[in-house]
Design a protein around this ligand. Structure first.
Ligand SMILES: Nc1ncnc2c1ncn2[C@@H]1O[C@H](COP(=O)(O)OP(=O)(O)OP(=O)(O)O)[C@@H](O)[C@H]1O
Ligand SMILES: [Mg+2]
Length: 404
């Protein structure tokens, strides 16, 4: 019997499951149960069921750290595994078991982010080795596993509507697309994300960003404000004039913890070129750059997008024009703007003070009210979630939509 233990070094929230297995047959269930007891895995739960049972259950609840699923009854194991990845939190380690001894399947499962595939009949030695390997290789596994997407939202200047967009985008992805979303307001003094969602600013974000040692999953859970079962917010309201001494390692650690637990981490960045914003942009999977149709907006869309892509070439850029139509006569024409920035504008959000003010002034995400602003924000969400929108009719479509 091994003397090694999978018990975590730090204390975790009691209700968070550490290990869950969904297993079809009793013989495999008994083996896994025995190994879980031998390894003293806390809060282990071994249930009867297939991968479909796991998909149904995990769509409704928090994911464990380690999950075993049974592919024995699965006709399309790869598509089931991908469906499972959709409902699971990104940082979960998944071990699959099954009755097909097939090297091709094994390889494809590993490519899909599964950390191991065990063929039945199981033995305690086999299961134990696999479980211990997930712990030893946790850092490596986390890199190959899916991490949540990191979306940096920046404006070419203040007041352009970055926070309106970040909050509505977060709400749309969390509510309409049913993904777990964390929204991080990195303007620690003047940030208005919490106001825009009618939440109290949380305490502890500054402390976390100043002391990497404070950050662990329990601390983050306690520091986040809950908007809904899929949307959580980290923000602050620090004293004006207080110097905040951000530790770059703390920011990195915070981001990686959040990306393990949420499908999307959306960061509202106050200053595109501050060291903190740079730290986010360098690791971002997506950059949403918000501008108006002004001359300064045009110049800075080009400058910020060039700097961002230089720092992080693999980042997907989305250029959003907001408040379009506010100064009809004074605005730069879309074609001229696009020529100057040497790329298309991806989404145009119309100026709609009635809808936007009505929502923002009472702390409601603008997208909840549907309408033209929500439709445009839905298109930004399409780009971030990878779904294509039939409504995007190219330049003409976007211009018509702007007028409509
Ligand atoms: N599409 C829009 N139509 C009408 N009003 C808008 C629109 N987008 C934003 N606004 C308004 O513009 C103001 C600024 O919006 P927001 O706070 O989102 O901008 P910001 O770029 O985050 O500003 P800050 O630089 O202060 O962080 C708000 O009063 C908001 O109601
Ligand atoms: Mg803002």
């Amino acid at each position: 019997m091994s003397t090694q233990s999978l018990a975590p070094a730090s204390s975790k929230k009691p209700e968070d499951a550490q290990f869950t297995a969904y297993v079809v047959d009793d013989a495999s269930r008994e083996i896994i149960d025995q190994v879980a007891r031998e390894l003293v895995i806390p809060r282990a739960s071994i249930r009867k069921g297939s991968i479909r049972t796991a998909i149904d259950a995990l769509g409704q609840q928090r994911s464990p750290k380690i999950l075993i699923v049974d592919l024995s009854n699965s006709e399309l194991p790869l598509s089931d595994v991908n469906e499972l990845a959709e409902v699971c939190e990104p940082g979960v380690t998944v071990i699959a078991i099954g009755d097909r001894n097939d090297v091709g399947l094994f390889r494809e499962l590993l490519n899909s982010g599964v950390s191991d595939y065990l063929v039945k009949p199981l033995s305690t030695a086999l299961v134990q080795r696999s479980l211990l390997a997930t712990v030893d290789g946790e850092a490596r596994a986390r890199q190959t596993n899916r991490l949540g997407r990191l979306v940096a939202t920046v404006g070419t200047r203040g007041g352009v509507g970055t926070t309106m967009l970040a909050t509505s985008l977060a709400w749309t992805i969390a509510n309409d697309r049913r993904r777990r979303v964390a929204l991080l307001d990195l303007d620690l003094q003047f940030g208005s994300v919490a106001l825009a969602l009618d939440l109290e600013p949380t305490h502890g974000l500054r402390e976390a960003l100043e002391n990497a040692g404070r950050i662990d999953s329990l601390y983050i859970d306690r520091t986040m404000a809950r908007y809904s079962d899929t949307l959580f917010v980290l923000s602050a309201e620090e004293e004006i004039g207080d110097a905040v001494d951000i530790d770059p390692r703390a920011l990195e650690l915070l981001v990686s913890e959040l990306r393990n637990k949420y499908h999307y981490l959306i960061a509202d960045l106050p200053e595109p070129m501050s060291p903190m914003a740079q730290g986010i942009v360098q690791n971002a999977t997506h950059l949403v750059l918000v501008t108006d149709l002004s001359l300064a907006g045009m110049r800075d869309t080009l400058r910020i997008s060039q700097a961002a892509l230089q720092a992080n070439a693999s980042c997907q850029l989305t250029v959003v024009v907001n408040r379009a139509g506010e100064h009809r006569a004074g605005e730069i024409a879309v074609a001229e703007f696009e020529k100057a920035i040497a790329r298309p504008i991806d989404v145009i959000v119309p100026f709609d003070p009635k809808t936007v003010a009505a929502a923002m002034n009472v702390g409601r995400p603008v997208s909840r009210d549907r309408g033209r602003v929500a439709t445009a924000i839905g298109r930004v969400a399409d780009r971030l979630t990878g779904t294509t929108s039939k409504r995007d009719g190219g330049l003409l479509g976007r211009m018509l939509q702007r007028k409509g």
